[in-house]
Design a protein around this ligand. Sequence first.
Ligand code: OGA
Ligand code: MN
Length: 204
Amino acid sequence: MHTRSDEFESATASLAADGWCVIQGLMSPAETLALTNECLAMHDAQQLKPARVGADRDQTLLRGDSTHWFESDALSAPQQAFADRIDTLRIELSRSLMLGLVDSESHYAVYQPGAGYARHLDQLRNNDARVVSAVFYLNDAWQEAQGGALRLHLADHSHRDIYPHAGTLLLFLSAQFEHEVLPATRDRMSIACWMRQRAIGATC
Ligand code: OGA
Ligand code: MN
């Protein structure tokens, strides 16, 4: 079990120094597989909905994923295990870096072959609630030749490509890093999560 209070010490230090980091081992392989299987089953049952919703038709051009938001009062066992670990990480990051992270929101996302998400920032206009973006990947035996990298754009105009291997968790500061999802040749599954502060001037 994960009981050491310094478990996330190096992640915290990297986030403080660079604004982003990659963590392995947030979930056990069995827990990761349970999330993968649930996401697959929900996708097969068409329970994920195109992220481009409502009146904002431009979203169709921006992003091609389908999502299912986790409901905090109706979490499945695999989702509860994920939420518990994300809470542990959130509380540790918030304490160490004084980020005031009060809660989080998460959704499954499936990008079908050819779908991506154009370069964007995760902080929504007029709402600064999202402080830390966390993306947890669910794809067994991903090969880089299959594409699907999360391309993180750094302040010096270089970029880093993070591939969506099962068990990889990417963290970055939501307000600082533009990023994009490059298209892949196979279905690409993830959990996108945002650790939030109490928003100033938010309407919801
Ligand atoms: C997002 C996002 C990245 C990914 O949902 O905002 O950037 O790798 N997702 O799924
Ligand atoms: Mn994003």
